[in-house]
Design a binder for this molecule. Structure first.
Ligand SMILES: [Zn+2]
Length: 112
């Protein structure tokens, strides 16, 4: 009987001269999702195995923008406008949505 760790792994078959042997494969990378609204992120590498992900360059793995690979464009736009409102003095930090406050602080750090 296969061990508990072997039961979870993806399996495949490889034909050799003597017999058809069972082999285990590594996990695939899942599609990344937005940390705020759980939408699928675009421009992020997925599907390939771990060694392939290590070989490709950093810019091929995710887009190089503010909070890219973490937040989707809609959430990013909302949060940046909230940061600008707080910066201009229209809104207080305590009036903003508590779920986005951490991302607002991160964007403030990147801008300054
Ligand atoms: Zn989002």
């Amino acid at each position: 009987m296969p061990s508990k760790s072997e039961r979870r792994k993806l399996r495949g078959f490889r034909r050799t001269a003597k017999a058809t042997r069972m082999i285990t494969k590594g996990k695939k990378h899942k599609k990344l999702r937005c940390a705020n609204c759980n939408a699928v992120l675009h421009g992020v590498a997925h599907g390939a195995n771990r060694s392939r992900m290590a070989k490709i360059s950093k810019t091929q793995r995710r887009p190089t923008g503010m909070m890219s690979g973490i937040l989707c464009n809609t959430c990013k736009r909302i949060i940046i406008t909230e940061v600008a409102k707080v910066d201009a003095g229209i809104k207080k930090m305590s009036d903003t949505d508590i779920s986005i406050r951490n991302y607002m602080k991160q964007i403030e750090k990147q801008v300054k």
